[in-house]
Design a protein around this ligand. Structure first.
Ligand SMILES: Nc1ncnc2c1ncn2[C@@H]1O[C@H](COP(=O)(O)OP(=O)(O)OP(=O)(O)O)[C@@H](O)[C@H]1O
Length: 377
């Protein structure tokens, strides 16, 4: 195996349950030492994919290799990996230290070796001083660290994590997710991590594998998913607040890419790419909308607008914006910021996206800097 060869190879793997759900024809290579997140809505097949890598599910067809070795039919204990679950799975009657070294004892690891590895795991997870406590005497975050320490102590190069933070409150989740990422980098291990939380995925992953209906919708680094969503589904799933996706038929002709029938296109625009103006004189370019509400979040304000014939959109404006519901506004954007998708297949319409960027006019720039653009404090 060379350093460049993938650490995990999944080739045309399917696991279909009665009723037809499961995962279908998955193919993906996972590089050694990377942090890979399986992301997607409930039921899209994330856990099944993780369980297939773990060996807790057996593929109906296809091939799985870990570190160059065909493990398609290898039992979990022989795959050289550890797992961390949402439920921590700690033994309540054992101390923190006993929980951490449980697997090593079962495998009859040398006593001195156990001591060294335990000290190391306690240190990297910041659990020194807690070793004699019982799980019930720990916070949720500390319990999750015990589960992490148990995974680390095993010394496996691969760690699989299934929604490990979902039992923690928002603040703790943020702290522990940074811990996990730091640990993974320090130890140089490969992590495959399941979540349905796109913020978690975007902030932790080297590679995000976005799934839908048992298939891979898009795989790439977080910036790629955000900036170049391959499908309308990916565009709407990644990003908060989500990208507005509007039928092109609801838009005036001058904002459309020329040469493509509007009925074939879906238009997408991120909240931060929308400019908003209350001056009718500057409506030479853009679309009309009505403000339905706004939310001030400190550093920015989300302004929600209704657009006839669509589900509406959100504009993300810096600072504090005062604007009342019912206000008529005009929305514009830099043409290159627009995303276009095939209405039928949902696939990114590369040609329309490129063409419209080339149609960029100075008018848009003027509009953006117009003094009538909603004032911010
Ligand atoms: N043992 C099983 N028997 C029958 N159907 C199953 C089984 N395990 C999973 N499924 C189905 O396969 C599909 C994928 O399930 P999976 O648990 O992988 O999804 P998921 O993306 O992890 O969802 P969640 O985020 O809700 O955990 C779902 O429709 C689920 O109902």
């Amino acid at each position: 195996m060379t350093a460049q060869s993938p650490f995990i190879e999944i080739h045309s793997v399917s696991r279909v349950f009665n009723g037809g759900n499961g995962v279908h024809d998955l193919s993906i290579d996972i590089p050694r030492g990377s942090f890979v997140v399986l992301l997607g809505p409930s039921g899209c097949g994330k856990s099944t994919t993780l369980r297939l890598i773990a060996g807790l599910e057996t593929a109906d067809q296809g091939l799985i290799r870990i570190d160059g070795k065909d493990v398609t039919n290898t039992p979990p204990s022989k795959r050289g990996l550890s797992m961390v679950f949402q439920s921590y799975a700690l033994f309540p009657h054992l101390s923190v230290a006993e929980n951490i070294i449980f697997g090593l004892k079962v495998r009859k690891t040398d006593k001195e070796e156990i001591k060294t590895r335990l000290a190391e795991a306690l240190s990297v997870t910041g659990l020194e001083g807690c070793e004699d406590r019982k799980p019930s005497e720990l916070s949720g975050g500390q319990r999750q660290r015990v589960a992490l320490a148990r995974a680390i102590v095993a010394g496996h190069p691969l760690c699989l994590m299934d929604e490990p933070l979902s039992n923690l409150d928002a603040k703790l989740r943020h702290a522990v997710r940074k811990d996990i990422r730091d640990l993974q980098q320090r130890l140089g291990i490969t992590v495959v991590y399941v979540t349905h939380d796109q913020t978690e995925a975007m902030s932790m992953a080297d590679i995000v594998i976005l799934m839908k209906d048992g298939r891979i919708e898009q795989a790439g680094d977080p910036a790629e998913l955000y900036l170049q969503p391959a499908t309308a589904f990916a565009a709407g799933f990644v990003g908060s607040p989500p990208m507005a996706l509007l039928p092109a038929t609801a838009l005036p002709n001058d904002v459309l890419p020329s040469g493509f029938p509007p009925k074939d296109l879906t238009f997408g625009i991120r909240p931060e790419d929308l400019n908003l103006s209350t001056d009718p004189a500057s409506e030479a370019w853009g679309i009309s909308a009505t403000v339905t509400g706004s939310e001030f979040l400190g550093a920015e304000t989300f302004v929600y607008v209704a657009i006839a014939g669509t589900d509406g959109a959100t504009a993300r404006l810096p600072g504090r914006v005062h604007i009342s519901p019912g206000t008529e506004v005009s929305l514009s954007w830099v043409r290159a910021a627009a995303h276009w998708f095939d209405r039928e297949t949902g696939l990114r319409h590369a040609q329309a996206t490129t063409d419209i960027a080339a149609q960029e006019t100075s008018q848009t720039t003027e509009f953006q800097t117009s003094p009538s653009t909603v004032s911010t404090l």
